[in-house]
Design a protein. Structure first.
Length: 220
């Protein structure tokens, strides 16, 4: 999670932060088109992305706090989503197609990030900590699965399907949260959340329809 997102989430509701984060695929397809990286704006791809975003709206239902989008916290989250989109395009254009395995790319990126954090450690990371066993287990699971395995899968998807399709992972997260909350925490999801999950998965499926050669139905 970027500092912009952390700072933004301290001042806006989680639903607002979540829905802004889910604009990442829309920024990705827009910026990829503007810089000439990916101009395959086929109707299924655009419809699928819009469906996915509509599904996340149903899941988060941020109607009562929509005005928070235009606060400094909301703008910080929006900036983070745009930078996420830029990172997907950068990885696709300059890293993923260099013939290196997803494992090597992920290890290199995380090693570089760890080095930068080590340099900054004296300026804000020396506070005393009191680790608990459950905290250590949570950190390990998040590190191995939520970061390590996720980065490898992310690079693999970018290599296979490109930056736009890879960015739709931000649509999956709210749907997974609904399902895990139901299965693990015995939460009762609302009808809107269930409908939104179905719409999200349908939208992602539509974006993954095989790309056809240029024709009259393309939007470009």
């Amino acid at each position: 999670m970027t500092p912009a997102v952390r700072g933004g989430e301290q001042t806006v509701p989680s639903a607002v932060a979540g829905i802004i984060n889910c604009t990442t695929p829309l920024w990705t397809i827009l910026l990829a088109y503007l810089v000439g990286h990916d101009r395959t704006l086929t109707a299924p791809r655009v419809i699928g992305l819009l469906l996915g975003f509509a599904g996340t709206l149903l899941i988060f239902s941020p109607w009562s706090s929509a005005n928070q989008v235009f606060t400094w916290g909301g703008l910080a989250c929006l900036a983070a989503s745009i930078f996420y989109a830029i990172s997907y395009i950068y990885m696709d254009r300059f890293l993923a197609k260099r013939g290196l395995s997803p494992m090597v790319l992920s290890a290199s990126q995380l090693s570089a990030a760890s080095g930068l954090l080590f340099v900054l450690l004296p300026f804000g990371g020396l506070e005393p900590i009191n680790p608990q066993p459950t905290s250590l287990v949570a950190i390990t699971v998040l590190g191995v699965l939520g970061t390590g395995a996720a980065y490898v899968l992310n690079y693999r998807i970018i290599q296979d399907d490109g930056s736009v399709i890879a960015s739709t992972v931000t649509y999956v997260l709210p749907a997974v949260a609904v399902v895990l909350g139901w299965l693990v925490l015995e939460e009762s999801p609302s009808r809107l959340a269930l409908l939104g999950t179905i719409v999200v998965l349908s939208g992602i499926a539509v974006t993954r329809l095989p790309q056809r050669a240029r024709g009259p139905q393309e939007l470009t």
